[in-house]
Design a protein around this ligand. Sequence first.
Ligand code: PEP
Ligand code: MG
Length: 545
Amino acid sequence: MQNITGKIAFGGIAIGKIKEISKENNVVRRVKIEDAKAEIARFEAARDQAAEELKGLYDKAVKEVGEANAAIFEVHQMMLEDEDYLDSVRNIIEAQSVNAEFAVATTGDNFARMFADMDDDYMKERAADVKDISERVIRVLSQKEEKVNTSGAEKEKYIIAADDLAPSETVQLDKSKVLAFVTRHGSTNSHTAILARTMNIPALIGVDFPEEGVDGQFGIVDGFDAKFFVEPDEDTKAEYRKLKEENEQKKRLLQELKGKENITKDGTKINLYANIGGVSDVANVLANDAGGIGLFRSEFLYLESENYPTEEAQFAAYKTVAENMAGKKVIIRTLDIGADKQVGYFGLEKEENPAMGYRAIRICLDRTEIFKTQLRAIYRASYYGTIAIMFPMIISVNEVKKIKEIIAEVKAGLDADGIPYKDVELGIMIETPAAVMISDLLAKEVDFFSIGTNDLTQYTLAIDRQNPKLDNIYDSHHEAVLRMLKMVVDNGHKEGCWVGICGELGADETLTETFLRMGFDELSVSPSMILRIRDKIRNTDLSVK
Ligand code: PEP
Ligand code: MG
């Protein structure tokens, strides 16, 4: 038996046969050619076919994992249209009189190296994407069948093991036959990890499984404890079968908590809301019985579009969410782009320190037309449900005052056009140490605070949340962060503001009791965590010290 430790991309337990996906060692040979024109035409035909395949993959992914997560295949299609990439392939064919396969492989390597050398973590990860599209074109050129698939006659479900999985490979796998993912490489921020989470499949990354291969062997993935067992002994198998059954039993029991209150044994109540990225997540919010939406990351509407989403498109999205939530609160966070969330058409300059740069509310208060369009769409949608608005990355009272002036203009415009809207609660995200320290002043200006612990931790500890090297010291339990949370609750309450948490820490069950004792009014967590936190709350007794 081998017991190998990795990093958790998504929790859960899987037991079953391992299927190793080894990329066929596509050794690309350099072949001298006579007719460069014909070779370029052959390359272009292969590129077109690869683009067609990607379009098919995009459609499949939209259905299975939603638009936001399928967007990567659009990025791949765009890469295949990139003039620099295409020119490089054509030049190599022409200048060196070599076969298209060799030209594509060389270009793919060069571009991947270029991306890998960039400072920005997001750009670094694009190296895998450029390799992925190059391999696709080479495969088409060599007229090979796409290899990655677990469909067909195979009835068994598998633990998929691979060096790394490109997003295109992940989405091609027949989900109903995948028990878990285990990869040697990859980071928690990679698209593949995100896809695994969305697919609700246990996944481990950074697992150094044996070079000689694990295909066909028996395996256990412990996505709670980051362990991968190969050929486990009978005792381990029995132990994990029991754990898996207990876990499933827990999930079944949690279903019984639907419709129940979020109340402690001693009668303290708290609101449990859900975080979403778009309209397609609402079904999951309702299925898990969330009391509202505590964070609608509206920037995903911008990330999914090729150009600024119009007022109409935004209005339609916000209205649908408000209507589907049928009167339950929907807190829309205004555009939070910049830093790791880059949108090409905004034309933002590359910055030395993007997390501390031109982002979020700073962009909105500078490019007010974009901001006004969004606010108008939100106010129009407010008529159809219970909408609240919150603003990201606030550092001063002055910003809040400016926001209110802009809102007054937007409302005046709607009045003039005879468009109905409701009054909405206004809140801010507390995710900078500055906002924490002046939360007494900010509380006089707004109806609520929602603490973004992901950014608050990064700015308080001066640790880039995107940097995998610092993963182990990025600690949201740090006493400095916890003291800040308490300070914000107290300052908010003194002025009649309600206070919640919408960062990942809100779903940390080891702190649920602490949050209740601190007096939080709301926790907003991913939809799949709602019932677990409800369970935790209902088993807490604050009268016992
Ligand atoms: C946060 O910073 O905690 C937060 C909820 O916002 P995001 O993760 O989108 O930056
Ligand atoms: Mg944030």
